[in-house]
Ligand binder design. Structure first.
Ligand SMILES: NC(=O)c1ccc[n+]([C@@H]2O[C@H](COP(=O)([O-])OP(=O)(O)OC[C@H]3O[C@@H](n4cnc5c(N)ncnc54)[C@H](OP(=O)(O)O)[C@@H]3O)[C@@H](O)[C@H]2O)c1
Length: 321
């Protein structure tokens, strides 16, 4: 089986490409060749690299045909962000592939109603990114129903792994938050610190793609949350990290409107986006239909990423040994 991954050298592809090669798939990766996988793996020698800029090819109206020309049995689309982009690809691949897997996001859900949120909850996305991803999901599910297009949608939470900064307990990417907790210094959190984040290790997202391929008949025409077994509150996350560093968390809580002036505008905006969504997703459907068994809790995944930050000198922390 030939798998074409579009954007397969990033967070998820770093883990997914080696899994595919080891499982015996013939793997082709489309990317601009600007980035390298986060971790070396001998399996990459078996991955055929096709250098294409999706945006440029789409503007020329040629991207779908370029993908089709690679004769894929399976297409894994990691980097689709607009309905138009999804439509262009589906029109080219209709009737030509056995499985089409799209990478969505938990942001297709707006604010939660019943938590943990199931895949079946009505979508109420806000913000352009979530709105577009929800429109893509609705389109792909409709194509599956009406035209038998073999689509599966996988919605990751906040992807974590060694090689990049995890979303921190204040809901942004500043390593300083981890530094304050590591030193036992005061950390201000917005509101009561009870809004949530839902991380997932990149390898568990990769595991879910493998599960969807292995369970084709139950995966087609469905969406699945790719998240850890449980979301974290900001407060609980901060307390756990402090304790991991052998400290007691010293937390101060202020309403978001005051709190936002204590950080940069970029950090404030990112925190707002995270806490306004406060994802808390259920994995029950993926457990039942795909055999999804995440290897990492949120905290285990985060500690791996924070250990990497420390090892890289990207944050200062007392020795953990
Ligand atoms: N990061 C998160 O926490 C998160 C959370 C939820 C959902 N998601 C979803 O996950 C997907 C991203 O997966 P990821 O995090 O594994 O990807 P990623 O780390 O952002 O990597 C993107 C990949 O796409 C390639 N790429 C970027 N622009 C391209 C272009 N114009 N043409 C061809 N290739 C291009 C990159 O390689 P080159 O630069 O070399 O081209 C790289 O291989 C997105 O659909 C996103 O919505 C992410």
């Amino acid at each position: 089986m030939r798998v074409v991954m579009i954007g397969g050298s990033g967070h998820v592809g770093t883990y997914l490409a080696p899994r595919l090669v080891e499982a015996g798939y013939e793997v082709i990766n489309i990317s601009r060749n600007q980035r390298r996988p986060y971790r070396p793996h001998a399996a990459w020698q078996a991955v055929q690299q096709v250098v294409l800029d999706r945006q440029a090819e789409e503007e020329a109206g040629a991207f779908g045909q370029r993908v089709l020309a690679l004769k894929p049995d399976i297409v894994i689309d990691m980097i689709c962000f607009t309905l138009q982009s999804a439509q262009h690809l589906v029109e080219a691949l209709q009737g030509q592939v056995q499985h089409f897997l799209h990478t969505g996001t938990m942001w297709v859900h707006g604010p939660s109603v019943v938590v943990p949120t199931s895949e079946e909850q009505p979508r109420k996305p806000f913000g352009e990114y979530g709105i577009q991803k929800a429109a893509i999901e609705a389109y792909l599910l409709d194509q599956a129903r009406r035209n038998g297009f073999p689509a599966t949608i996988i919605h990751p939470g906040h992807i974590v792994g060694p090689g990049w900064r995890p979303v921190n307990p204040a809901g942004n990417l500043s390593p300083r938050v981890f530094e304050l907790l590591a030193r036992g210094e005061e950390l201000a959190l917005p509101n009561f610190g009870l809004e949530t984040l839902h991380h997932v290790h990149a390898d568990d997202v990769a595991q879910m793609f493998m599960g969807a391929l292995a369970h084709w008949s139950t995966a087609v025409g469905h969406s699945f949350h790719a998240v850890s077994p449980g979301a974290l509150t900001l407060r609980g996350y901060a307390e756990a990290v402090a304790s991991w560093f052998g400290q007691q968390a010293r937390l101060r809580f202020t309403p978001y409107e005051e709190w936002k002036d204590t950080v940069s505008p970029e950090e404030a905006a990112m925190t707002y986006d995270h806490i306004a969504h406060s994802p808390n997703g259920s994995i029950a459907k993926a457990q039942q239909l795909l055999g999804y068994r995440p290897r990492y809790t949120s905290l285990q995944a985060i500690y791996e990423a924070v250990s990497w930050l420390i090892a890289q000198g990207a944050m200062e922390a007392p020795s953990l040994s």
